[in-house]
Design a protein around this ligand. Structure first.
Ligand code: OSB
Ligand code: MG
Length: 369
């Protein structure tokens, strides 16, 4: 691959409705769209998924921009990239900043797949023609949560996730279970609890949840291992797993029975696939998490979720879940609870140039020598 140019667009778009978590409310989403172009004019697309503020991880749009512009692209300019793995090796000299790295690495995966006339799904070893679709309910009241569940059930979603915290857990889940006794339901705490809440967390075993996601601290693996021994409900780790080594430690310590894999959080598709392969081998179930992202990142998620170990419906919802109009064409749609995995080269979607332009707040072009 002979990269000649990288185009970067920071886009900003309002969500259709606010996304409430105990750490803050997301009403507008900024994202970094990256296009890597080679000397034959082939383009690969990636998306930096850091948020505007560091509520979910330490990265932000601004820190990502700094890393991408001042560190990672200059590194790419010094190296010959033959395959995506070369990018991973090259970026090893930079600590963390996983979302910034992933944005570029995933664009290079898309370019690599296109150059090989293969879909991204097939080039990473995907085996599914469609992936099961789940959705997140992040409303500000139990009533509005119930309403959203009803709407999304009608749209065909197969798995429902609600955000919980010590102020809003048992009563919310009881209300949901009263209306929807059989709903495939899980809860995501985004680290809202500590071990002192152990009895509260145990009480949630009443609700036959598929899993409880990230109950304890975002950098903890040890205490989750203690908690998992005390709970009937499976723990799923999200924030705690930022590398293959974290996944291995968590599995070996029994800190979780399920892992939510997000390529952005772990530094790209290569690392995401390594974690998947390891978990598949160990019989640990995985699913693909979401980042309230735009269509480029969703398209990558769909390819990732087509790997054989992704046995639980992910946070892979339609473009219309968050956006009036997405930046890709065609948009992501749900049919009978599934999203089709494209079999056309690369991520299988094109950028919607008009929508990209009208949502762009900053544009940069990097020319390689
Ligand atoms: O914790 O999984 C999370 C959104 C943003 C950041 C973190 C998380 C989430 C979600 C929703 O739960 C993901 C989505 O549907 O895009
Ligand atoms: Mg989560």
């Amino acid at each position: 691959m002979n990269i000649t140019e990288i185009r970067l667009n920071v886009v900003s778009m309002p969500l259709k409705s606010p996304f409430y978590t105990h750490l803050g409310t997301v009403t507008d989403r900024e994202g970094i769209i990256l296009e890597v172009i080679d000397s034959d004019g082939v383009s690969g697309f990636g998306e930096g998924v850091a948020f505007s503020t560091p509520w979910y991880t330490e990265e932000t749009v601004k820190t990502s921009l700094h890393m991408i512009t001042d560190v990672l692209i200059p590194l790419l300019m010094t190296a010959a990239i033959k395959q995506p793995e070369d990018t991973v090796r090259l970026f090893q000299s930079v600590k963390r900043n996983n979302m910034a790295k992933a944005g570029l690495e995933m664009a290079i995966w898309d370019l690599y797949a296109k150059r090989n006339s293969q879909s991204l799904s097939s080039i990473i070893g995907g085996t599914r023609g469609k992936v099961a679709s789940g959705v997140v309910i992040a409303a500000d009241s139990p009533n509005r949560s119930l309403k959203q569940i009803e709407t999304y059930l009608e749209e065909g979603y197969q798995r429902f996730k609600v955000k919980i915290n010590p102020q809003m857990d048992y009563s919310l889940l009881a209300e949901i279970r009263r209306h929807f006794p059989e709903l495939p339901l899980m809860a995501d705490a985004n680290s809202a609890y500590t071990l002192t809440d152990i009895n509260r967390l145990k009480s949630l075993d009443d609700f036959n949840l598929l899993m409880i996601e990230q109950p304890l601290a975002s950098d903890d693996i040890i205490e989750h291992s203690f908690l998992q021994k005390e709970l009937n409900t499976s723990i799923c780790l999200d924030e705690s797993i930022v590398s293959f080594e974290d996944a291995k430690n968590a599995v070996e310590l029994g800190s979780c029975k399920i892992i939510n894999i997000k390529a952005g959080r772990v530094g790209g598709l290569f690392e995401a696939k390594r974690i998947h392969d390891y978990c598949h081998d160990k019989g640990i179930e995985v699913w693909c998490g979401g980042m309230i992202e735009f269509g480029i990142s969703r398209a990558h998620n769909i390819a990732l979720a087509s790997l054989p170990g992704f046995t639980i419906p992910g946070d892979i919802s339609a473009s219309s879940r968050f956006w009036e109009e997405d930046i890709i064409t065609p948009e992501v749609t749900i049919e009978n609870g599934y999203v089709a995995v494209p079999d056309t080269p690369g991520i299988g979607v094109a950028i919607n140039k008009k929508r990209l332009q009208e949502t762009t707040v900053l544009e940069k072009v990097f020319k390689f020598q």
